[in-house]
Design a protein. Structure first.
Length: 381
């Protein structure tokens, strides 16, 4: 008996059913990929923000905490009579731009005075009253690339050592251009070192007489914010201005070592709390009385002269740092481009900047606050 071979295939219903199942599988896999990517981007954003927070804590806050070492309470007339005295912290506060700050810390083992007829800015030789001595038996007090500060009642001058130093020497070879001097900083529309307003002359004007305090610096740092070409902002660290007034101008960053350290800064503000009872809060160089609890309100001055002239580590107990970080969320941007409504961000008060609501957008924000208590040091020379 012969059998016919049965030839059969999928019916239309079976084909449709299989296609629907396959479609569901593809959609499920695609959804999982999108969710995974979204989670990955969100985690990346969190990591970036955590790293930024850690950088602010380690680099900026630690510098503030130690600022003024030796410089803080140095009881010499040039420090006490200067208006304002530079004791390691100088504010660069703004109304419509992120704040900045100048910080310095001295070395208690390298405190001396100018000798040999004084010092004139631009000189390449600097005479010390005391000879260079050994540092704990491990080396000399001054080395090439060390920085130091000379102070007088009408300003200060920060220099850089360029020549080798041997024990017993009383002369330093220094660079003709300054690391910095009081009143130099002038970034149009952003930062101004108002020392000139209060002391009457720039730190590179005139000479520094014999007996002017001279101290080796552990660090001299200027923190400012630079606006990038795409509109974002970056916190920068300048350790040497090379005598350039506008340290953030295009082309000056390399010369002045304005190193970008923390990107995605939306805003950063500094607030200073005095040791008065009750404490006074100051966060602005604005018109008197415009910021809350502003001690300048009773100073009778529109540039807070009264407060600035008394500004020193001796009357500042702590500094509050308010930082708002902003990073672009690609998924938010895509949704907004497609007509979706983004999430608003309620920005709290930051120093002298009032609280506000930031419009719905494609950015993810992180708000950070720190209060740093100043370490004060005392040395009599």
């Amino acid at each position: 008996m012969k059998y016919k071979k049965s030839i059969s295939g999928f019916t239309l219903i079976e084909a449709i059913t299989a296609s629907v199942i396959l479609l569901f599988v593809v959609i499920t896999i695609y959804t999982m990929i999108l969710e995974t990517e979204s989670t990955h981007v969100a985690e990346e954003n969190k990591l970036d923000m955590n790293q930024a927070a850690r950088a602010i804590d380690i680099i900026l806050c630690e510098n503030i905490r130690n600022a003024g070492s030796v410089l803080t309470l140095l009881r010499t007339p040039p420090f006490l009579q200067a208006t304002p005295p530079f004791t390691g912290i100088y504010p660069l506060n703004n109304n419509d731009f992120p704040d900045g700050i100048i910080l310095a810390s001295g070395d208690s083992t390298a405190v001396t005075k100018v000798a040999g007829g004084g010092f004139t800015p631009g000189d390449t030789l600097l005479n010390l009253q005391d000879s260079v001595t050994n540092l704990d038996g491990n080396g000399t007090l001054w080395s090439i690339n060390d920085s130091g500060i000379i102070v007088k009642t009408s300003g200060y001058y920060v220099f850089r050592v360029t020549g080798a130093v041997s024990m017993g020497e009383t002369t330093l070879t220094i660079r003709a251009t300054p690391v910095y001097y009081s009143g130099l900083l002038n970034v149009p529309g952003k930062y101004v070192d108002n020392s000139l307003t209060h002391i009457g002359s720039l730190g590179n004007s005139g000479s520094y007489a014999d007996g002017s305090p001279l101290i080796r610096l552990n660090y001299f740092n200027i923190f400012t914010v630079k606006t990038e070409k795409d509109g974002s902002k970056t916190l920068t660290l300048t350790t040497d201005t090379e005598g350039v007034a506008d340290i953030l101008a295009d082309g000056n960053e390399t010369t002045t070592r304005a190193v970008p350290i923390i990107p995605n800064i939306a805003d950063i503000q500094f607030e200073y709390i005095t040791k008065d009872e009750p404490a006074e809060f100051w966060a602005s160089t604005s018109t008197a009385g415009t910021s809350y609890a502003d001690p300048c309100a009773s100073a009778g001055s529109t540039d807070c002269t009264g407060f600035i002239q008394n500004f020193s580590n001796r009357n500042i107990s702590s500094i509050r740092v308010f930082a708002l970080m902003r990073i672009e969320d690609k998924h938010k941007r895509k949704n907004i481009d497609e007509g979706a409504v983004g999430q608003e961000f309620n920005k709290p008060r930051m120093g002298d900047v009032a609280a506000t609501t930031l419009a719905a957008g494609r950015f993810h924000y992180t708000y950070l606050t720190y209060e740093i208590f100043i370490r004060n040091y005392d040395i009599v020379y």
